[in-house]
Design a protein around this ligand. Structure first.
Ligand SMILES: Nc1ncnc2c1ncn2[C@@H]1O[C@H](COP(=O)(O)OP(=O)(O)O)[C@@H](O)[C@H]1O
Ligand SMILES: [Mg+2]
Length: 271
């Protein structure tokens, strides 16, 4: 991997040249998060800065306790930083009220969780529209958009199914479609392939590849090198600090795709 001191936008061939203004999906500066306990204060993030340009695909890695979940919670507007700034568009989440955070969270962030988090009583089509429900936006246009997203993730023939009637990979496809219904700043994926076998993991990563090539911004937390190498960039945390920020070259990504495709083919041949 080509290690660079870059924190997001410079020296990147895959994002627009400096002449075109680079739009940021998010920008983080000196972000800290402290958890105050009775006996001690845990400094989970100790001053993290980086930018995520629109269209980027970032894997966040790091050992257990390094601050990944804390960072993810801040990016997802589930919590507020102790100090520093986290810009989403023109808004700094540090200065938002809890209600504003809740609005941003439900309207502008797409979540994909390891455990899918679908509503069992609802159909595929209804699950995809859940984020709109909270905004009271459920007209024919929204339904059409949900159908289009279901089609995009290969579930056109499963619109009326319930989650229990789907495989794990299919359920994660529903979650991905749901994450996109609000046109989010970015899709936040938390160990999204953690519950899936290698064949299904490959299918989900192929969907992420396609979404990203269409311009969607993806930020995922993973502990698997093979999964992280499919992103365009790997940000590693260590002890609450940004440890490294590395670009994954297109060649490295292609090699990883081929390696995984070969492993999948071998697995299927054995079946
Ligand atoms: N709600 C919390 N209260 C107190 N300490 C916490 C809380 N959440 C996380 N921590 C601590 O903050 C540090 C970073 O945790 P976390 O962000 O979960 O790391 P990771 O996801 O990389 O394993 C750890 O030392 C953890 O024990
Ligand atoms: Mg964690």
């Amino acid at each position: 991997m080509s290690v660079s001191k870059v924190r997001g936008t410079e020296n990147r061939s895959d994002i627009p040249a400096p002449s075109a203004p680079v739009r940021l999906a998010t920008s983080i500066r000196n972000l800290t998060k402290e958890y105050v306990l009775k006996s001690e204060t845990v400094r989970a993030l100790r001053g993290v800065s980086f930018d995520v340009p629109e269209g980027d695909y970032v894997a966040i890695m790091g050992p257990s306790g390094s601050g990944k979940s804390t960072l993810l919670n801040l990016l997802g507007c589930l919590d507020k930083p102790t100090s520093g700034s986290l810009m989403l568009g023109d808004d700094d989440i540090a200065s938002m009220t809890d209600d504003q955070l809740a609005d941003i969270r439900s309207q502008r962030i797409g979540f994909v969780f390891q455990s899918y988090n679908l509503i069992q009583q609802l159909s595929v089509l209804e699950n995809i529209q859940v984020p709109l429900y909270y905004q009271g936006r459920l007209g024919p246009k929204e339904r059409e958009r949900a159908v289009a997203l279901a089609t995009e993730v290969g579930l056109k023939d499963r619109l009326g199914h319930r989650p229990s009637q789907l495989s794990g990979g299919q359920q994660q496809r529903v979650a991905i479609a749901r994450s996109l219904i609000n046109d989010p700043f970015f899709v936040l994926a938390d160990e999204a392939t953690g519950n899936l076998d290698s064949v299904t993991t490959d299918e989900i990563l192929a969907i992420f590849d396609r979404l990203n090539s269409e311009g969607r911004t993806i930020i995922m937390v993973t502990h698997e090198d093979d999964v992280a190498m499919r992103a365009k960039r790997i940000v590693r945390l260590k002890d609450g600090l940004l440890h490294t920020d590395e670009v994954v070259t297109e060649q490295e990504r292609n090699e990883m795709r081929e390696k995984q495709a070969a492993a999948v083919a071998e697995f299927l041949a054995r079946e």
